[in-house]
Structures are given as structure tokens and as C-alpha cells.
Write a protein that binds this ligand. Structure first.
Ligand code: AMP
Ligand code: MN
Ligand code: MN
Ligand code: MN
Length: 277
């Protein structure tokens, strides 16, 4: 049987909409045979996801999407095939939850200055025990009719350079990669083209990433075109990185991104799953 991989998606343990159970069931319905759950900075959904995956026959790969800081930029590093019980990784996720709560307080204070009160109460309630993300703030701004949709919320308030943006001090890139590799996982640069780096900066990043022990790069993502695949593939080859494929699915209401709906990995790219099978 040919496998259908989707190695990047989110449940409601971070900023996804579906529970781990619903997510795995939907992946199964979409024909995904190997799924990595990669919530932002948490592994809390993996036990539930693994249980449902076993029932449905989906191969569940334990994953995470770690927020990392490098050269004043925020990057996302996906870990695949991690051990979620590896103590330093668990401890890191607890620290990241605190960083996220503190950032949420600062974002809420900035919104309050813009005469938008009540954000902290709303996002902490919406997130519950899960990770508070900017997506929760976006939903709050939509619900209060300050913006018409999530994208608008980022464009007007939450994105870098906007009034409610707060730069969080995530773990350094090296540290994030180490948590993944030392827990037995493969570290992958998530959505490499979304950082809008020049080729010079991309080369610097991938040099640092390789030095830290990183082994993969997302070549195929949820909504990328052939040109973007080719650019990412060129970096994969130049830096001898394995290629990953992941939709970055968050929300079934978004018609543009679906679990498992992904172009094939170019044949000249080493598949990342060969590293953790
Ligand atoms: P956070 O990790 O809390 O800073 O939130 C990051 C999440 O917000 C990402 O994973 C995306 O789901 C979403 N996001 C970030 N930037 C944007 C943007 N410019 N437009 C829409 N969604 C965004
Ligand atoms: Mn997200
Ligand atoms: Mn991301
Ligand atoms: Mn993601």
C-alpha cells in the first residue's frame, strides 16, 4: 500500500479547532495513512491521538511545532518521531506555556490601550489548559466585531509591526533543535518560505540549523505552488536536508487547506520519513 503522509497539523490543544480524536478521524477519512500531530509547543494531544490512530489504522507520528528565536526572528521547528515523555522536552513545553501566558497578558494590555478590553479573560477561557496562541486573540477580535476575520485580525492588530504585536522570547534555535533530537526526533524547518528571508539569510539559517543537528525542511506545505516547492527543494538539496510534507491544517472551515491534500514530494528529495521509520 502506498502511504499518504501529512506531517504537520494542529488540534485544539493549540490553535486547531478539532480535538485530537476528530483530527485523526478526519485524516483517516481523507485517506491519510501516516499523520504527525504537531501542536504549537505542546505534546498534550498525543496520547488521545495515538489511541484513535490505533483504532482507525492510521500511523500516528509523535510531533510538535516548537517556537524558536533566531537572530531576532521567530521560527517554527517541527519535531517528528519525538519521545513526548522525554523530561527536558516536557519541561520546555511547561516553560513555553508560561511564556505564552505572559505574552498574552502583554498583548491584552496593548489591546486595552486601543480601547479593546477583556481579551485576556476571553483567550484564557477559550484556551483552557491548552496553549494560548495569537489565533485565540484573532478569534476574540472577530467575536467582538473589531475585525471581519482571522486574517484581518493579524493584518490590523497581531502581526509583527502591528499595534498588539509582542515579540516573545522563545528558546534559541539550537536549544529547540536539541530538545527534538535528544528526544529521538527529527527536527524540520516548518514552512521555510513564510519567514520571507532573502537567499542570504536563508543560507545563514539553514547553516545554523544543520550545525544544531537539524535534518529536515518542509518542501511541500498546505497551500504552496510548484514554484514554491521548487525553491524549498533547492534548499533541501543544497543543505542535504530531508524533505517533509505537511498541510499545517488548523480548521475545517478553511477550504484552502485540508488534511492530506498535498502535492507529492519531488522524487529527487530524500523523504523525511525514511529517517524515523
Ligand atoms: P503564535 O504561535 O501564538 O504566535 O501564533 C502563531 C499562529 O498564528 C500560527 O501558527 C498561525 O496559525 C497564525 N498566524 C501567525 N501569523 C499569521 C498571519 N500573518 N496571518 C494569519 N495567521 C497567522
Ligand atoms: Mn497555528
Ligand atoms: Mn507554523
Ligand atoms: Mn503549524
Amino acid at each position: 500500500m502506498t502511504e499518504k503522509y501529512d506531517l504537520h497539523c494542529h488540534s485544539n490543544l493549540s490553535d486547531g479547532v478539532l480535538s485530537p480524536t476528530e483530527l485523526v478521524q478526519r485524516a483517516h477519512e481523507q485517506g491519510v495513512t501516516a499523520l504527525a500531530l504537531t501542536d504549537h509547543d505542546t505534546t498534550a494531544g498525543l496520547v488521545e491521538a495515538t489511541k484513535v490512530a490505533t483504532q482507525t489504522g492510521v500511523r500516528l507520528i509523535a510531533g510538535i511545532e516548537l517556537s524558536a528565536s533566531w537572530q531576532d526572528k521567530t521560527l517554527h521547528i517541527v519535531g517528528l518521531g519525538i519521545d513526548p515523555d522525554y523530561p527536558p522536552l516536557l519541561e520546555a513545553t511547561r516553560d513555553l506555556q508560561v511564556i505564552r501566558l505572559e505574552r498574552a497578558e502583554q498583548i491584552a494590555a496593548k489591546l486595552e490601550k486601543k480601547r479593546i478590553p477583556g481579551a485576556l479573560e476571553a483567550v484564557t477561557k477559550a484556551a483552557g489548559d491548552s496553549m494560548i496562541t495569537r489565533t485565540h486573540f484573532a478569534d476574540f477580535l472577530v467575536s467582538q466585531n473589531h475585525v471581519s476575520n482571522q486574517q484581518d485580525a493579524f493584518d490590523r492588530y497581531l502581526a509583527k509591526g502591528k499595534p498588539a504585536y509582542v515579540a516573545a522570547a522563545w528558546a534559541d534555535l539550537d536549544l529547540a533543535v536539541n530538545w527534538i533530537t535528544q528526544s529521538g526526533g527529527v527536527a524540520v524547518v516548518a514552512h521555510p518560505l513564510r519567514y520571507k528571508l532573502t537567499p542570504k539569510w536563508m543560507n545563514r539559517l539553514l547553516t545554523a540549523f544543520k550545525l544544531a543537528g537539524g535534518q529536515g525542511i518542509e518542501v511541500v506545505t498546505g497551500r504552496c505552488n510548484v514554484d514554491e516547492i521548487n525553491v524549498a527543494a533547492k534548499y533541501a538539496i543544497a543543505f542535504e536536508l530531508a524533505g517533509s510534507v505537511g498541510s499545517d491544517f488548523h480548521n475545517p472551515a478553511n477550504p484552502w487547506i485540508e488534511l492530506g491534500r498535498l502535492a507529492s514530494l519531488p522524487v529527487n528529495i530524500k523523504p523525511v520519513w525514511e529517517l524515523f521509520i
